[in-house]
Write a protein that binds this ligand. Structure first.
Ligand SMILES: Cc1ncc(COP(=O)(O)O)c(C=O)c1O
Length: 380
């Protein structure tokens, strides 16, 4: 019997619940606040920021998102294997050994150097098809991927001579999240200059894009034909000042259940190094989640969870697979009780922003860090 026919292995109750209706709502909200003619590239790279790429892409495709953006070709191929038909842009480019399969799967490459053009043309010729239209990335000030402004002329002339179709000229903003609009405007001016180079060389009309969530929400001039929001689709804004611009619903909750409960006396040391010592006779509960799941050890002493609708502290060092909480103030807590690490329970909510602050990082990294041992479960 093939191993594929074996029933799925039952897993512990630590899971990320991802709401398809929240994703669809967030896409609709973005459409409501964006300029009417703007199309959306839903950024689902890095397993949809840890939310589960197939689950999220299905929700976005059902809501008729215009494009999906992945980082690498293998992410795009996985979406095609899952039956996603939406146009897919490979934001970080396609490596040469991936080109044949990527073209077969109708993935659109981002290109950022002259050296990428000949292998692309060769791969298209091997397939006996046309060279796919590319999105050309310009480094307008991020200092990351893209042609430097001084390289645009040479690149465009080569692309023209090789007959490479250009579907879009794009860039990425370095300071949109911080609200430094002057820097963003300088980047836009450099994109405009690059666009002019392609137009002056006689390229047929093409699109432009450079706005992430922050720019899409507060810089209408950054909303070109396309925008590339990621975080907003998952229900969050990258800075508190943007919260009033759009009514988003967090799509992910991270939940588990109590594995063991014990009564311990006052002065009892908890977890590695005894960093937490009970101040009174206490109840401790053990949770089946740890830093191997992305529940980061650096949050030790700074984070709480929800049990029986009540906020209780994490006690002592978060360990690889287990975390201890102090449930003395939630005396009804029992083995098997649901526990919320991120999300709502009763009147209270633990936000991803709280976890990020406790870990000294950003919500993006908390989401992306939720490990592969945590199943992503689609919920309505
Ligand atoms: C090239 C590119 N475009 C768009 C985004 C989406 O950004 P955000 O999630 O802030 O909307 C990212 C995110 O890292 C990115 O790297």
């Amino acid at each position: 019997m093939s191993s594929d026919l074996r029933p799925a292995v039952p897993v512990r109750p630590t899971r990320a619940l991802v709401s398809a209706s929240a994703i669809a709502h967030n896409l609709a909200e973005l459409r409501r606040v964006l300029p009417r003619a703007t199309s959306i590239i839903g950024v689902v790279k890095a397993d949809a920021y840890g939310h589960g790429a197939v689950l999220v892409a299905r929700a976005l495709a059902a809501a008729r998102v215009d494009w999906l953006g992945v980082a690498v070709a293998e992410e795009g191929i996985a979406l095609r294997e899952a039956g996603i038909q939406t146009p897919i842009l490979v934001l970080d480019g396609i490596f040469e050994p991936q080109l044949d399969l990527a073209l077969q799967e109708r993935l659109t490459p981002v290109v950022f150097s002259e050296a990428q053009l000949a292998p692309l043309a060769a791969a298209a010729a091997r397939r006996g098809g046309r060279i796919p239209a590319v999105h050309v990335k310009i480094d307008t000030g991020m200092g990351r991927l893209g042609l430097l402004p001084g390289e645009v002329g040479g690149f465009a002339a080569l692309a023209r001579s090789m007959g490479i179709p250009v579907a879009a000229v794009m860039s990425h903003l370095a300071n949109a999240d911080t609200g430094d609009e002057e820097t963003s405007r300088a980047q836009m001016a450099r994109l405009d200059a690059a666009v002019k180079v392609f137009r002056d060389l006689g390229f047929p009309p093409f699109e432009q894009h450079l706005a992430n969530t922050a720019a899409a929400l507060e810089m209408p001039e950054a909303c070109r034909a396309l925008v590339r929001p990621g975080l907003a689709l998952y229900g969050h804004v990258p800075a508190p000042r943007l919260a009033d611009k759009v009514r988003l619903r967090p799509a992910l909750s991270w939940v588990t259940e109590i594995l063991q409960i014990k009564r311990v006396p006052a002065g009892y040391p908890v977890s590695y190094g005894g960093l937490y010592r009970t101040a009174r006779p206490s109840s401790l509960a053990v949770l089946p989640v740890g830093y191997a799941d992305g529940y980061r050890r650096s949050m030790t002493g700074r984070i709480a969870v929800l049990v029986r609708g009540r906020r209780v502290p994490v006690a002592g060092a978060i360990t690889m697979d287990l975390t201890i909480i102090d449930v003395t103030d939630a005396p009804a807590a029992r083995v098997g009780d649901p526990v919320v690490l991120i999300g709502r329970q009763g009147e209270d909510e633990i936000t991803v922003q709280e976890l990020a602050a406790a870990a000294g990082t950003i919500p993006y990294e908390i989401f992306c860090g939720i490990g592969p041992r945590v199943p992503r479960v689609g919920v309505p």
